[in-house]
Design a protein. Structure first.
Length: 80
């Protein structure tokens, strides 16, 4: 067996191993799905003037994404 064949075989095996990072991501995905299915009721949200009706999980997801974007830009500005 040549060196190239050995390294490619080892690489394919390494891709199937459950690493702590993959386990953590799997747990987070499961928790996210539970969160979504538990919070499907519609809520009314007032955005300045208009009133919007949407599922609670969607409202929280939009808020979290907006917060993450603001945090990213604040950190990027600090790095400069």
């Amino acid at each position: 067996m040549s060196r190239r064949e050995t390294s490619s075989t080892e690489g394919s095996r390494a891709g199937r191993v459950l690493t702590p990072g993959r386990i953590a991501i799997g747990i987070l995905v499961i928790l996210l799905l539970v969160f979504i299915f538990e919070n499907t009721s519609k809520v009314r949200i007032r955005l300045l003037i208009p009133e919007v009706t949407m599922p609670l999980y969607l409202a929280l997801l939009v808020t979290a994404l907006l917060s993450a974007v603001c945090g990213y830009f604040a950190a990027a500005r600090r790095r400069k």
